[in-house]
Design a protein around this ligand. Structure first.
Ligand code: PLP
Length: 449
């Protein structure tokens, strides 16, 4: 089977930084279309950090967050598990050759035919939070291993999922009893503290609550063997809650409520954490108007029209409550006036506004603006409204990471999927060494994926 990674050429491997790649690309002047740079080194770094920081928690990447095929293939090659929310997501992951045991169907309200599809394909792990789901599962999927999703305090999160999913803990006993009566096998508990969580204590409170529900399940005679701590982990360094705070809080709570020898497997469903910082978006200024806005006290405003907007990647402003930061790509010695500016998408809708007001150097049509940290909930929900294509994705794998990946047990998988041969690689590596090599090789010695 020809994989998506197999379509990549050796140009993917580079000794350049993401910004150098961007400058090289735009300076060629071949296209004015928007594009992403996907830095696979960032993905590897996140995985390694996770393994070091949360050694007891196995990640199942939430496919909904960003389903770019190269990203998924790469994660699969590194041994990642996957949280799928639909039949198509499950098929996508199975078609990559990932074993069914590495998938959790983590949507508590599932289409009946999708449950049947999961059963036919041996996907056993599924979440639920209501009675009807138990009746559906009893009829359609006799070998399901169900995980009860409880509602936890997500008041400190940007996207509060509790208003749609998760049963109140007071309802958990009756759901568990019904499962017992129906002969549906419940094996664990899951929760989600809300995406873009800013409250580190939400994790420890949720883990304690999950322990209570675990005990209810045990009392009813279920073999409770799985705790799923969901998503909600920060994806960038600019998050108000740091990953360090999160993992130390989680580890402490796990040690207290699910100690090492308790025989419970612990998984999580990180989305944003794995991909937010790996994608950098580059957009072109396609039009510019200078106007005077009454609200700005007569100050003139540069209105820039970009070739990606809220109907495309910047849908994150609406659905993910994201705040984006423009980074103008200017020649290094450029001296420009700084002006009040607004940024707009390319469609004919006035809702298509990216930033109402910011200060930017005076820029021209044809110049580029870069947005970092654009990997989470951007491309995955982008549309082609008004005939504007979604940005393409340029994949880069820094040479140093490539060197590091060779030491992994999953290396044969990766080399097969990347479609490169060792001889090509040796030539490349002999020629060049970067300071990053030392860093990644050091990390490689410390932990192995
Ligand atoms: C069930 C489930 N798991 C995991 C995630 C991923 O969350 P995050 O991106 O905050 O890690 C989501 C996001 O909506 C979700 O609904």
């Amino acid at each position: 089977m020809k994989t998506q990674l197999g379509n990549l050429s050796s140009e993917v491997i580079t000794d350049k930084s993401v910004f150098e790649v961007i400058r090289d690309t735009v300076s060629q002047g071949l296209s004015e279309e928007p594009f992403y740079v996907l830095d696979l080194a960032d993905v590897v770094y996140k995985m390694k950090l996770w393994q070091t920081a949360l050694p007891r928690v196995r990640p199942f990447y939430a496919v909904k967050c960003n389903n770019h095929p190269v990203l998924l293939e790469f994660l699969a090659s590194l041994g990642m598990g996957f949280d799928c929310a639909s039949k198509v997501e499950i098929e996508t992951i199975l078609n990559m050759g990932v074993d069914k045991s590495r998938i959790i169907y983590a949507n508590p309200c599932k289409t009946r035919s999708f449950i049947k599809h999961a059963a036919d394909n041996g996907i056993a792990l599924m979440t639920f939070d209501n009675e009807m789901e138990l009746y559906k599962v009893k009829n359609l999927h006799q070998t399901a291993r169900m995980v009860l999703r409880i509602r936890v305090d997500d008041s400190g999160a940007v996207c509060q999922l509790g208003m749609k999913f998760g049963c109140d803990v007071t309802v958990a006993p009756s759901l568990l009893k019904l499962a017992k009566e129906l002969g549906v096998n419940v094996i664990g508990v899951s929760f989600h503290v809300g995406s873009g969580s800013q409250d580190v204590m939400a994790f420890s409170k949720a883990i304690k609550l999950a322990r209570d529900v675990f005990d209810m399940g045990l009392e009813l005679g279920f073999e409770m063997t799985l705790l799923d701590i969901g998503g909600g982990f920060p994806g960038t360094l600019v998050s108000s809650m740091t990953f360090e705070e999160v993992y130390s809080t989680i580890n402490e709570a796990l040690d207290e409520h699910f100690p090492h020898d308790c025989g419970v497997d612990i998984i999580a469903e990180p989305g944003r954490y794995m991909v937010a910082s790996a994608f950098t978006l580059c957009v072109n200024i396609i039009a510019k108007r200078t106007t005077t806005m009454p609200a700005e006290n007569g100050e003139s405003v540069n209105m820039y029209y970009l070739n990606d907007g809220v109907y495309g990647s910047f849908n994150c402003i609406i659905f993910d409550h994201a705040e984006v930061t423009p980074d103008p790509l200017l020649p290094e010695d450029s001296k420009r006036d700084v002006c009040c500016s607004s940024l707009w998408g390319p469609t004919c809708d006035s809702m298509d506004r990216i930033l109402q007001s910011c200060y930017l150097p005076d820029m021209n049509v044809g110049e580029w603006i870069v947005f970092q940290n654009m990997g989470a909930y951007t491309l995955a929900a982008a549309s082609t409204f008004n005939g504007f294509e979604k940005p393409s994705v340029k994949v880069v794998l820094p040479l140093a990471t490539w060197v590091y990946l060779q030491q992994l047990p999953t290396w044969p998988n990766l080399i097969k999927n990347l479609g490169l041969c060792q001889a090509q690689l040796d030539l490349f590596v002999d020629d060049q060494t970067t300071s990053q090599d030392v860093y990644f090789l050091h990390v490689a010695e410390t932990v192995s994926v």
